[in-house]
Design a binder for this molecule. Structure first.
Ligand code: SAH
Ligand code: SF4
Length: 393
């Protein structure tokens, strides 16, 4: 039987910085000041599910159908200003505007590349955090790459976001705002948003509840109506949450950032591997596949001289053989300061072929938007150093 076609996962991510594998302690980005507590996280309309919005509206003394009307303004018209919601009584608009703003994010910069097919937006949150979102337009789909945290606590050696440390989790509404913003951008170009990848800044499985809430809101058929199979969640391998994900009713896709077939190398590249080593991770992936019947995608950031030898390809294939999976090779995204290099095209093909020949379906994905720092973390880092340079001493 011919193998099922592998749907490629678009990539937007990458964030190399000045650090070596053996010494991941020399980031040249400022580390973030952690912001703790759910209470400090701004909340708005995008944090509410449709039933919650209806309840809110009823609590304010209005009929529940007003909730549906608001929902339609927010998710069908992409309106962010209550004053534009012409069929909503002004008393309700005013009541909501003070307590439950529509969007919690202020776009501070938008840049486009790839002939306008990749659009990156830098947002500021209400508490002045900075984050990034990328919209990628393809002939047959439009995909948004969403950030789920400001920074990340995992600290992968080759990732700028990780080296910033974690400032705070984003709320569901702040993630939904990124999706709606991308949907609006797509519509302005005559397109509809079709796919979501959780591959921006942050580790979605370390912000599990809010990420699941985002999924349920964007999936709502009365709103954005994005099918669960069009939502991909990427993780560095937070094992208990992979198990939790397997129990979720919605059929979202899972991508696991593997990057190395052995514990010694993976622990250096992806430090959370010390907590959940490869055997533990693979056991969780197997449980996930057994429960859901869904194919898992393994991401593999290819770095010259680090994880790109033929032996490593063979070890990778041996590790993955027999699993319902495929490998997504991401040639490392280069930046000036990076000691890691992307292998040359022949080296990338050689590695991909070796894994393929050993029986594992493999695709190579180049990141979009290299010339606009579409690498998550890069534009943000530039914006921050720019702001710091302007700040009064
Ligand atoms: N935290 C999650 C999701 C966001 S990162 C995770 O790690 O899976 C999305 C993907 O981009 C991950 O596979 C990550 O390893 C990869 N990535 C990070 N920095 C990269 C870089 N410099 N070049 C290529 N891929 C990179
Ligand atoms: Fe970057 Fe993902 Fe690693 Fe976090 S888990 S440091 S976002 S690659």
């Amino acid at each position: 039987m011919a193998p099922a076609p592998v749907e490629e996962i678009p990539r937007c991510y990458a964030s190399p910085v000045n650090v070596s594998v053996s010494d991941p302690s020399t980031p040249d980005l400022p580390r973030l000041r952690p912001v703790s507590g759910r209470a400090s996280r701004p909340r708005g309309i995008y944090d509410l599910s449709l039933p919650e919005l209806e309840t809110r509206v009823r609590d304010l003394g209005f009929p529940a159908y007003r909730g549906r009307q608001l929902w339609s303004w927010a998710y069908r018209q992409f309106v962010t200003d209550f004053s534009e919601m012409s069929n909503i009584p002004s008393a309700l608009r005013d009541a909501l505007a003070t307590e439950t703003p529509v969007s919690l994010l202020e776009p501070s910069r938008t840049v486009a590349t790839d002939d306008g097919e990749t659009i990156k937006t830098l947002y500021r949150t209400a508490d002045d955090q900075v984050l990034e979102t990328v919209l990628m337009l393809y002939p047959n789909r439009a995909t948004v790459c969403v950030s789920c945290q400001v920074g990340c606590a995992v600290g992968c050696a080759f990732c700028a976001t990780g080296l910033m440390g974690l400032a705070r989790n984003l709320g569901a509404g702040e993630m939904v705002a990124q999706v709606v913003g991308a949907a609006r951008e797509a519509r302005q170009r005559g397109r509809e948003l079709t796919n979501i990848v959780m591959m921006g800044m942050g580790e979605p499985l370390q912000n599990y509840a809010e990420t699941m809430k985002l999924v349920s809101i964007v999936h709502d058929p009365a709103g954005l109506n994005i099918g669960a199979r069009r939502i991909t969640l990427s993780t560095s391998g937070i094992v208990p949450k992979i198990d939790a994900l397997a129990d979720e009713p919605l059929q979202i896709k899972l991508a696991v950032s593997l990057h190395a077939p052995d514990d010694e190398l993976r622990s250096r590249l992806v430090p959370v591997n010390r907590r959940y080593p490869i055997a533990t991770l693979m056991a969780a992936v197997d449980r996930y596949i057994a429960k859901t019947g869904r194919r898992v995608s393994f991401e593999y950031a290819l770095m010259r001289g680090i994880n790109d030898s033929e032996k490593t390809a063979y070890d990778l294939a041996t590790l993955l053989r027999g699993r319902l999976c495929h490998v997504n090779i991401i040639p490392l995204n280069p930046v000036d300061m990076l000691p890691y290099e992307r292998p040359d095209p022949e080296g990338i093909e050689r590695f991909a072929n070796a894994v393929r020949t050993a029986g594992i379906p493999t695709t190579v994905r180049y990141s979009r938007g290299l010339d606009i720092d579409a690498a998550c973390g890069q534009l943000r880092a530039k914006e921050l150093s720019f702001s710091a340079a302007r700040a009064p001493k």
